[in-house]
Design a protein around this ligand. Structure first.
Ligand code: UD1
Ligand code: CA
Length: 449
Protein backbone atom coordinates (compact mmCIF):
# COMPACT_ATOMS: atom_id res chain seq x y z
CA UNK A 1 0.00 0.00 0.00
CA UNK A 2 1.37 3.39 -1.01
CA UNK A 3 1.79 5.92 1.79
CA UNK A 4 1.77 9.71 1.91
CA UNK A 5 2.81 11.83 4.90
CA UNK A 6 1.46 15.29 5.65
CA UNK A 7 3.53 17.15 8.22
CA UNK A 8 1.86 20.19 9.80
CA UNK A 9 4.32 22.98 10.52
CA UNK A 10 2.48 26.25 9.95
CA UNK A 11 2.22 27.45 13.54
CA UNK A 12 4.39 30.24 14.89
CA UNK A 13 5.17 28.74 18.26
CA UNK A 14 4.55 31.99 20.13
CA UNK A 15 5.67 30.54 23.45
CA UNK A 16 9.18 29.90 22.12
CA UNK A 17 9.60 33.72 22.19
CA UNK A 18 11.77 33.49 19.08
CA UNK A 19 12.27 34.96 15.62
CA UNK A 20 12.88 31.42 14.38
CA UNK A 21 9.80 29.32 13.47
CA UNK A 22 9.30 26.71 16.18
CA UNK A 23 9.96 23.70 13.95
CA UNK A 24 13.42 25.05 13.09
CA UNK A 25 14.65 24.92 16.69
CA UNK A 26 17.12 22.09 17.15
CA UNK A 27 17.38 18.96 19.19
CA UNK A 28 20.07 16.41 18.43
CA UNK A 29 21.76 18.99 16.17
CA UNK A 30 18.80 18.91 13.75
CA UNK A 31 15.62 21.00 13.38
CA UNK A 32 12.50 19.56 15.05
CA UNK A 33 11.05 19.36 11.54
CA UNK A 34 13.75 16.88 10.48
CA UNK A 35 12.90 14.62 13.41
CA UNK A 36 9.26 14.54 12.29
CA UNK A 37 10.32 13.96 8.67
CA UNK A 38 12.62 11.11 9.77
CA UNK A 39 9.68 9.45 11.51
CA UNK A 40 7.63 9.91 8.33
CA UNK A 41 10.47 8.49 6.27
CA UNK A 42 10.32 5.25 8.25
CA UNK A 43 7.04 4.59 6.39
CA UNK A 44 8.95 4.72 3.11
CA UNK A 45 6.39 7.25 1.85
CA UNK A 46 5.73 7.88 -1.84
CA UNK A 47 4.83 11.49 -1.07
CA UNK A 48 5.77 13.87 1.69
CA UNK A 49 3.97 17.19 2.08
CA UNK A 50 4.95 19.88 4.56
CA UNK A 51 2.38 22.54 5.47
CA UNK A 52 4.09 25.85 6.28
CA UNK A 53 2.81 29.27 7.28
CA UNK A 54 4.89 31.24 9.75
CA UNK A 55 8.47 31.53 8.47
CA UNK A 56 7.46 29.73 5.26
CA UNK A 57 10.71 30.56 3.40
CA UNK A 58 12.99 29.19 6.09
CA UNK A 59 10.78 26.16 6.74
CA UNK A 60 10.61 25.40 3.01
CA UNK A 61 14.40 25.58 2.74
CA UNK A 62 14.82 23.26 5.70
CA UNK A 63 12.27 20.75 4.35
CA UNK A 64 13.97 20.66 0.94
CA UNK A 65 17.37 20.28 2.56
CA UNK A 66 16.03 17.16 4.25
CA UNK A 67 14.65 15.76 0.97
CA UNK A 68 14.25 17.77 -2.22
CA UNK A 69 11.28 15.64 -3.30
CA UNK A 70 9.11 17.07 -0.51
CA UNK A 71 6.14 19.18 -1.61
CA UNK A 72 5.71 22.31 0.47
CA UNK A 73 2.31 24.00 0.66
CA UNK A 74 1.56 27.32 2.31
CA UNK A 75 -1.28 27.81 4.75
CA UNK A 76 -1.24 31.58 5.01
CA UNK A 77 -3.84 31.78 7.78
CA UNK A 78 -3.81 29.14 10.53
CA UNK A 79 -7.50 28.36 10.81
CA UNK A 80 -7.05 24.99 12.49
CA UNK A 81 -5.60 21.53 11.99
CA UNK A 82 -8.35 20.39 9.58
CA UNK A 83 -7.79 23.52 7.51
CA UNK A 84 -4.05 22.76 7.45
CA UNK A 85 -4.72 19.22 6.20
CA UNK A 86 -7.20 20.57 3.63
CA UNK A 87 -4.41 22.82 2.33
CA UNK A 88 -2.34 19.70 1.63
CA UNK A 89 -4.90 17.21 0.29
CA UNK A 90 -5.20 18.76 -3.23
CA UNK A 91 -1.59 17.55 -3.70
CA UNK A 92 -2.91 14.00 -3.24
CA UNK A 93 -5.76 14.29 -5.77
CA UNK A 94 -4.04 11.72 -8.02
CA UNK A 95 -2.78 9.58 -5.14
CA UNK A 96 -4.10 6.17 -4.10
CA UNK A 97 -3.11 4.94 -0.67
CA UNK A 98 -3.00 5.91 2.99
CA UNK A 99 -2.18 9.37 4.27
CA UNK A 100 -0.65 10.07 7.68
CA UNK A 101 -0.93 13.40 9.45
CA UNK A 102 2.15 14.19 11.57
CA UNK A 103 3.39 17.33 13.35
CA UNK A 104 6.59 19.28 12.86
CA UNK A 105 6.87 20.01 16.58
CA UNK A 106 6.39 16.39 17.72
CA UNK A 107 9.75 14.68 17.23
CA UNK A 108 9.50 11.39 19.10
CA UNK A 109 6.93 9.24 17.28
CA UNK A 110 8.55 5.83 16.75
CA UNK A 111 8.64 3.95 13.46
CA UNK A 112 7.02 0.92 15.18
CA UNK A 113 4.07 3.06 16.27
CA UNK A 114 3.42 4.32 12.74
CA UNK A 115 3.69 0.74 11.47
CA UNK A 116 1.07 -0.35 14.05
CA UNK A 117 -1.27 2.40 12.81
CA UNK A 118 -0.77 1.28 9.24
CA UNK A 119 -1.71 -2.27 10.26
CA UNK A 120 -4.81 -1.04 12.11
CA UNK A 121 -6.06 0.49 8.87
CA UNK A 122 -7.16 -3.02 7.82
CA UNK A 123 -9.88 -2.72 10.48
CA UNK A 124 -10.65 1.02 10.63
CA UNK A 125 -11.11 3.71 7.95
CA UNK A 126 -9.63 6.32 10.30
CA UNK A 127 -6.89 5.40 12.79
CA UNK A 128 -5.97 7.84 15.56
CA UNK A 129 -2.89 7.59 17.73
CA UNK A 130 -3.86 7.91 21.39
CA UNK A 131 -2.11 7.71 24.74
CA UNK A 132 -2.95 7.54 28.41
CA UNK A 133 -1.86 10.88 29.87
CA UNK A 134 -0.50 11.18 33.39
CA UNK A 135 -1.85 14.73 33.36
CA UNK A 136 -4.40 15.04 30.52
CA UNK A 137 -4.39 18.86 30.76
CA UNK A 138 -5.78 20.47 27.60
CA UNK A 139 -5.37 17.53 25.24
CA UNK A 140 -8.31 16.41 23.12
CA UNK A 141 -10.10 13.44 24.76
CA UNK A 142 -10.80 10.19 22.92
CA UNK A 143 -14.31 8.84 23.38
CA UNK A 144 -13.66 5.15 22.76
CA UNK A 145 -14.69 1.62 23.62
CA UNK A 146 -11.69 -0.70 23.44
CA UNK A 147 -10.02 0.14 20.13
CA UNK A 148 -13.17 1.57 18.57
CA UNK A 149 -13.39 5.35 18.53
CA UNK A 150 -16.69 7.29 18.62
CA UNK A 151 -15.33 10.81 18.57
CA UNK A 152 -12.65 13.21 19.75
CA UNK A 153 -13.67 16.09 21.97
CA UNK A 154 -11.41 19.11 22.31
CA UNK A 155 -10.75 20.17 25.90
CA UNK A 156 -12.48 23.53 25.42
CA UNK A 157 -15.64 21.84 24.18
CA UNK A 158 -15.64 18.92 26.63
CA UNK A 159 -18.13 18.31 29.44
CA UNK A 160 -16.73 17.73 32.97
CA UNK A 161 -17.36 13.97 32.48
CA UNK A 162 -15.40 14.00 29.21
CA UNK A 163 -12.58 16.00 30.81
CA UNK A 164 -12.23 13.21 33.37
CA UNK A 165 -11.15 10.85 30.54
CA UNK A 166 -7.39 10.27 30.50
CA UNK A 167 -7.22 8.69 27.04
CA UNK A 168 -5.90 11.55 24.91
CA UNK A 169 -5.40 12.48 21.29
CA UNK A 170 -1.81 12.68 20.05
CA UNK A 171 -3.05 14.35 16.87
CA UNK A 172 -1.45 11.74 14.59
CA UNK A 173 -4.01 10.31 12.20
CA UNK A 174 -3.99 7.82 9.35
CA UNK A 175 -6.73 7.33 6.75
CA UNK A 176 -7.15 6.56 3.10
CA UNK A 177 -6.01 9.74 1.31
CA UNK A 178 -9.22 10.24 -0.69
CA UNK A 179 -11.38 9.64 2.40
CA UNK A 180 -9.25 12.05 4.43
CA UNK A 181 -9.59 14.75 1.78
CA UNK A 182 -13.37 14.42 1.65
CA UNK A 183 -13.68 14.32 5.46
CA UNK A 184 -11.61 17.47 6.08
CA UNK A 185 -13.66 19.24 3.41
CA UNK A 186 -16.76 18.67 5.57
CA UNK A 187 -15.30 20.04 8.82
CA UNK A 188 -16.85 23.30 10.07
CA UNK A 189 -15.58 25.78 12.67
CA UNK A 190 -18.65 25.70 14.86
CA UNK A 191 -16.91 25.17 18.22
CA UNK A 192 -15.47 26.95 21.25
CA UNK A 193 -12.29 28.09 19.39
CA UNK A 194 -13.88 28.90 16.04
CA UNK A 195 -11.22 26.63 14.46
CA UNK A 196 -11.44 23.85 11.92
CA UNK A 197 -10.63 20.82 14.06
CA UNK A 198 -9.04 17.80 12.40
CA UNK A 199 -10.41 15.83 15.32
CA UNK A 200 -13.95 16.31 13.95
CA UNK A 201 -13.24 13.87 11.13
CA UNK A 202 -13.82 10.94 13.50
CA UNK A 203 -17.48 11.81 14.13
CA UNK A 204 -17.90 12.71 10.43
CA UNK A 205 -16.48 9.34 9.39
CA UNK A 206 -18.81 7.47 11.74
CA UNK A 207 -21.80 9.44 10.42
CA UNK A 208 -20.86 8.04 7.01
CA UNK A 209 -20.81 4.54 8.45
CA UNK A 210 -16.99 4.30 8.45
CA UNK A 211 -15.12 2.71 11.36
CA UNK A 212 -12.64 4.69 13.44
CA UNK A 213 -10.06 3.14 15.75
CA UNK A 214 -7.34 3.94 18.27
CA UNK A 215 -3.76 2.72 18.40
CA UNK A 216 -1.96 3.43 21.68
CA UNK A 217 1.56 4.65 22.21
CA UNK A 218 3.61 5.74 25.18
CA UNK A 219 3.04 9.32 26.27
CA UNK A 220 6.73 10.10 25.78
CA UNK A 221 6.33 9.60 22.02
CA UNK A 222 3.69 12.29 21.69
CA UNK A 223 5.70 14.93 23.50
CA UNK A 224 5.27 18.22 21.64
CA UNK A 225 7.47 21.27 22.11
CA UNK A 226 6.02 24.67 22.93
CA UNK A 227 8.62 26.40 25.12
CA UNK A 228 12.41 26.62 25.47
CA UNK A 229 12.15 24.58 28.67
CA UNK A 230 10.31 21.84 26.74
CA UNK A 231 12.97 22.08 24.03
CA UNK A 232 15.67 21.44 26.63
CA UNK A 233 13.67 18.55 28.10
CA UNK A 234 13.20 17.14 24.59
CA UNK A 235 16.97 17.35 24.00
CA UNK A 236 17.51 15.30 27.16
CA UNK A 237 14.87 12.78 26.04
CA UNK A 238 16.44 12.54 22.58
CA UNK A 239 19.89 11.97 24.08
CA UNK A 240 18.83 9.30 26.55
CA UNK A 241 16.79 7.49 23.92
CA UNK A 242 19.67 7.59 21.42
CA UNK A 243 22.24 6.44 24.00
CA UNK A 244 20.02 3.52 24.91
CA UNK A 245 19.52 2.57 21.24
CA UNK A 246 23.28 2.75 20.58
CA UNK A 247 23.96 0.38 23.46
CA UNK A 248 21.16 -1.94 22.31
CA UNK A 249 22.90 -1.97 18.90
CA UNK A 250 26.13 -3.18 20.49
CA UNK A 251 28.02 0.07 20.99
CA UNK A 252 30.03 0.49 24.20
CA UNK A 253 29.48 3.86 25.88
CA UNK A 254 31.83 4.13 28.84
CA UNK A 255 29.95 7.10 30.33
CA UNK A 256 26.66 7.30 28.40
CA UNK A 257 25.35 10.42 30.14
CA UNK A 258 28.29 12.45 28.84
CA UNK A 259 27.97 11.47 25.17
CA UNK A 260 25.83 13.67 22.91
CA UNK A 261 24.42 12.35 19.65
CA UNK A 262 22.87 14.04 16.61
CA UNK A 263 19.85 12.90 14.63
CA UNK A 264 21.21 10.25 12.25
CA UNK A 265 24.52 9.53 14.01
CA UNK A 266 25.46 6.06 12.83
CA UNK A 267 27.66 3.88 15.02
CA UNK A 268 28.54 0.28 14.20
CA UNK A 269 28.51 -2.70 16.51
CA UNK A 270 31.46 -3.08 18.89
CA UNK A 271 32.58 0.50 18.45
CA UNK A 272 33.63 2.14 21.73
CA UNK A 273 32.82 5.73 22.60
CA UNK A 274 34.64 7.23 25.59
CA UNK A 275 33.39 9.94 27.95
CA UNK A 276 32.48 13.46 26.83
CA UNK A 277 32.29 12.82 23.11
CA UNK A 278 30.06 15.11 21.04
CA UNK A 279 28.59 14.12 17.69
CA UNK A 280 27.44 16.84 15.30
CA UNK A 281 25.43 16.07 12.16
CA UNK A 282 26.50 13.44 9.64
CA UNK A 283 28.87 11.14 11.52
CA UNK A 284 29.40 7.47 10.75
CA UNK A 285 31.62 5.35 12.99
CA UNK A 286 32.10 1.83 11.72
CA UNK A 287 32.28 -1.37 13.72
CA UNK A 288 35.18 -1.73 16.10
CA UNK A 289 36.43 1.85 15.84
CA UNK A 290 37.27 3.66 19.06
CA UNK A 291 36.55 7.29 19.89
CA UNK A 292 38.38 8.25 23.07
CA UNK A 293 37.37 10.92 25.56
CA UNK A 294 36.64 14.57 24.71
CA UNK A 295 36.34 14.37 20.93
CA UNK A 296 34.11 16.59 18.78
CA UNK A 297 33.02 15.04 15.48
CA UNK A 298 30.83 16.27 12.63
CA UNK A 299 30.36 15.34 8.98
CA UNK A 300 32.98 12.61 9.08
CA UNK A 301 33.42 8.92 8.43
CA UNK A 302 35.54 6.67 10.63
CA UNK A 303 36.29 3.18 9.36
CA UNK A 304 36.80 -0.08 11.18
CA UNK A 305 39.72 -0.31 13.54
CA UNK A 306 40.45 3.42 13.54
CA UNK A 307 41.19 5.18 16.83
CA UNK A 308 40.45 8.83 17.44
CA UNK A 309 41.40 11.06 20.38
CA UNK A 310 41.41 11.83 23.20
CA UNK A 311 40.78 15.52 22.44
CA UNK A 312 40.50 15.28 18.65
CA UNK A 313 38.30 17.34 16.39
CA UNK A 314 37.02 15.88 13.13
CA UNK A 315 35.25 18.38 10.92
CA UNK A 316 33.14 17.94 7.77
CA UNK A 317 34.81 15.90 5.06
CA UNK A 318 37.19 14.01 7.35
CA UNK A 319 37.40 10.49 5.93
CA UNK A 320 39.39 8.02 8.00
CA UNK A 321 40.13 4.65 6.37
CA UNK A 322 40.71 1.45 8.31
CA UNK A 323 43.24 1.45 11.14
CA UNK A 324 43.92 5.17 10.95
CA UNK A 325 45.13 6.67 14.22
CA UNK A 326 44.33 10.28 15.05
CA UNK A 327 45.59 11.35 18.46
CA UNK A 328 45.27 14.26 20.86
CA UNK A 329 44.83 17.88 19.80
CA UNK A 330 44.53 16.96 16.14
CA UNK A 331 42.05 18.72 13.85
CA UNK A 332 41.09 17.18 10.52
CA UNK A 333 38.89 18.92 7.94
CA UNK A 334 37.98 17.91 4.37
CA UNK A 335 40.80 15.39 4.24
CA UNK A 336 41.08 11.76 3.19
CA UNK A 337 43.37 9.65 5.34
CA UNK A 338 44.13 6.28 3.74
CA UNK A 339 44.59 3.03 5.61
CA UNK A 340 47.01 3.01 8.52
CA UNK A 341 47.81 6.75 8.52
CA UNK A 342 49.11 7.96 11.91
CA UNK A 343 48.67 11.52 13.12
CA UNK A 344 49.43 11.35 16.81
CA UNK A 345 49.60 14.87 18.19
CA UNK A 346 49.01 18.61 17.84
CA UNK A 347 48.32 18.79 14.13
CA UNK A 348 46.01 20.47 11.63
CA UNK A 349 45.27 18.60 8.42
CA UNK A 350 42.80 20.47 6.17
CA UNK A 351 42.02 20.05 2.46
CA UNK A 352 44.42 17.13 2.09
CA UNK A 353 44.89 13.61 0.79
CA UNK A 354 47.21 11.42 2.82
CA UNK A 355 48.40 8.09 1.40
CA UNK A 356 48.37 4.79 3.28
CA UNK A 357 50.77 4.21 6.19
CA UNK A 358 52.06 7.76 6.17
CA UNK A 359 53.16 9.13 9.54
CA UNK A 360 52.61 12.78 10.36
CA UNK A 361 54.74 14.22 13.16
CA UNK A 362 53.60 16.45 16.00
CA UNK A 363 52.93 20.08 15.19
CA UNK A 364 52.43 19.61 11.46
CA UNK A 365 50.17 22.14 9.76
CA UNK A 366 48.71 22.12 6.28
CA UNK A 367 48.75 25.84 5.49
CA UNK A 368 45.66 25.55 3.30
CA UNK A 369 44.38 29.14 3.29
CA UNK A 370 46.13 32.08 1.65
CA UNK A 371 43.64 34.61 2.97
CA UNK A 372 41.46 34.35 -0.12
CA UNK A 373 41.42 30.76 -1.39
CA UNK A 374 41.82 27.26 0.01
CA UNK A 375 44.47 24.94 -1.47
CA UNK A 376 45.03 21.21 -1.29
CA UNK A 377 47.95 19.24 0.13
CA UNK A 378 48.67 15.81 -1.32
CA UNK A 379 50.89 13.40 0.58
CA UNK A 380 51.83 10.01 -0.87
CA UNK A 381 52.09 6.56 0.69
CA UNK A 382 54.52 5.64 3.47
CA UNK A 383 55.74 9.23 3.72
CA UNK A 384 57.23 10.57 6.94
CA UNK A 385 56.39 14.17 7.77
CA UNK A 386 58.81 15.44 10.44
CA UNK A 387 57.49 17.23 13.50
CA UNK A 388 56.54 20.87 13.04
CA UNK A 389 56.46 20.75 9.25
CA UNK A 390 54.52 23.59 7.61
CA UNK A 391 53.07 22.28 4.34
CA UNK A 392 52.29 25.40 2.32
CA UNK A 393 49.52 24.36 -0.07
CA UNK A 394 49.15 23.70 -2.90
CA UNK A 395 51.95 21.20 -2.42
CA UNK A 396 52.58 17.51 -3.12
CA UNK A 397 54.79 15.15 -1.13
CA UNK A 398 55.69 11.97 -3.03
CA UNK A 399 55.47 8.34 -1.87
CA UNK A 400 58.20 7.32 0.61
CA UNK A 401 59.38 10.93 0.97
CA UNK A 402 60.44 12.62 4.23
CA UNK A 403 60.41 16.17 5.48
CA UNK A 404 62.87 17.34 8.14
CA UNK A 405 61.44 18.58 11.44
CA UNK A 406 60.68 22.28 11.40
CA UNK A 407 60.65 22.50 7.62
CA UNK A 408 58.51 25.01 5.77
CA UNK A 409 57.69 23.10 2.60
CA UNK A 410 56.71 25.38 -0.28
CA UNK A 411 57.77 23.18 -3.21
CA UNK A 412 56.72 19.67 -4.22
CA UNK A 413 58.87 16.86 -2.80
CA UNK A 414 59.63 14.00 -5.24
CA UNK A 415 59.02 10.38 -4.20
CA UNK A 416 61.74 9.05 -1.93
CA UNK A 417 63.35 12.48 -1.36
CA UNK A 418 64.14 14.20 1.94
CA UNK A 419 63.04 17.84 2.04
CA UNK A 420 64.85 20.20 4.39
CA UNK A 421 63.29 23.64 4.48
CA UNK A 422 64.90 25.20 7.54
CA UNK A 423 67.95 27.31 8.42
CA UNK A 424 71.21 25.38 8.72
CA UNK A 425 72.34 24.97 12.35
CA UNK A 426 75.62 26.45 13.55
CA UNK A 427 77.21 25.88 17.02
CA UNK A 428 79.34 28.59 18.72
CA UNK A 429 81.58 26.88 21.30
CA UNK A 430 81.33 28.42 24.82
CA UNK A 431 79.13 31.33 23.72
CA UNK A 432 76.17 30.40 25.96
CA UNK A 433 78.31 30.57 29.09
CA UNK A 434 79.87 33.92 28.08
CA UNK A 435 76.42 35.47 27.40
CA UNK A 436 75.05 34.30 30.75
CA UNK A 437 78.07 35.67 32.61
CA UNK A 438 77.66 39.04 30.95
CA UNK A 439 73.91 39.20 31.77
CA UNK A 440 74.51 38.26 35.42
CA UNK A 441 77.12 41.01 35.71
CA UNK A 442 74.67 43.59 34.33
CA UNK A 443 71.99 42.50 36.82
CA UNK A 444 74.42 42.67 39.78
CA UNK A 445 75.57 46.20 38.74
CA UNK A 446 71.92 47.39 38.63
CA UNK A 447 71.26 46.06 42.18
CA UNK A 448 74.35 47.87 43.51
CA UNK A 449 73.43 51.28 42.04
C1 UD1 B 1 -4.23 19.29 18.77
C2 UD1 B 1 -5.50 18.43 18.76
C3 UD1 B 1 -5.72 17.84 20.15
C4 UD1 B 1 -4.50 17.04 20.56
C5 UD1 B 1 -3.25 17.92 20.50
C6 UD1 B 1 -2.01 17.09 20.73
C7 UD1 B 1 -6.94 19.47 17.09
C8 UD1 B 1 -8.14 20.31 16.90
N1 UD1 B 1 -6.62 19.25 18.37
O1 UD1 B 1 -4.52 20.38 19.65
O2 UD1 B 1 -6.86 16.99 20.14
O3 UD1 B 1 -4.67 16.53 21.87
O4 UD1 B 1 -3.12 18.52 19.18
O5 UD1 B 1 -0.89 17.92 20.83
O6 UD1 B 1 -6.36 19.02 16.13
N2 UD1 B 1 -1.17 23.71 12.83
C9 UD1 B 1 -1.06 24.16 11.54
N3 UD1 B 1 -2.06 24.95 11.03
C10 UD1 B 1 -3.14 25.28 11.75
C11 UD1 B 1 -3.24 24.81 13.08
C12 UD1 B 1 -2.24 24.02 13.59
O7 UD1 B 1 -0.09 23.88 10.84
O8 UD1 B 1 -4.00 25.99 11.21
C13 UD1 B 1 -0.08 22.88 13.39
C14 UD1 B 1 0.60 23.61 14.52
O9 UD1 B 1 1.75 24.29 14.04
C15 UD1 B 1 0.97 22.49 15.46
C16 UD1 B 1 -0.07 21.42 15.19
O10 UD1 B 1 -0.66 21.73 13.95
O11 UD1 B 1 2.22 21.94 15.16
C17 UD1 B 1 -1.10 21.28 16.28
O12 UD1 B 1 -1.84 22.49 16.37
P1 UD1 B 1 -2.25 23.12 17.76
O13 UD1 B 1 -3.01 24.35 17.50
O14 UD1 B 1 -1.08 23.18 18.66
O15 UD1 B 1 -3.27 21.99 18.29
P2 UD1 B 1 -3.62 21.70 19.79
O16 UD1 B 1 -4.46 22.76 20.31
O17 UD1 B 1 -2.38 21.35 20.51
CA1 CA C 1 -0.14 21.78 20.41
Amino acid sequence: MAVAAIVLAAGQGTRMNSDLPKVLHHIGAAPLLHHALSAAQSLDPDRMIVVTGHGADAVTKSALAFDDRITVVIQSEQLGTAHAVATATPQLADFTGDAFVLYGDTPFIRAETLAAMQKARAKHAVVVLGFHAADPGRYGRLIATDDTLQSIVEFKDATPEQRAITLCNSGVICADATTLASLVADVTNDNASGEYYLTDIVALARARGLAAGVVLCDESETLGINTRAELAAAEATFQSRTRFEAMENGVTLTAPDTVFFALGTHIGRDATIGPNVIFGPGVTVESGAEIKAFCHLEGCHISRGATVGPFARLRPGAELAEDVHVGNFVEIKNAILDEGVKIGHLTYIGDADVGEHTNIGAGTVTCNYDGVMKHRTTIGKRAFIGSDTMLVAPVTIGDDAMTGSGSVVTEDVPPGALALGRAKQINKPGLAIRILERLRAIKAAKKGS
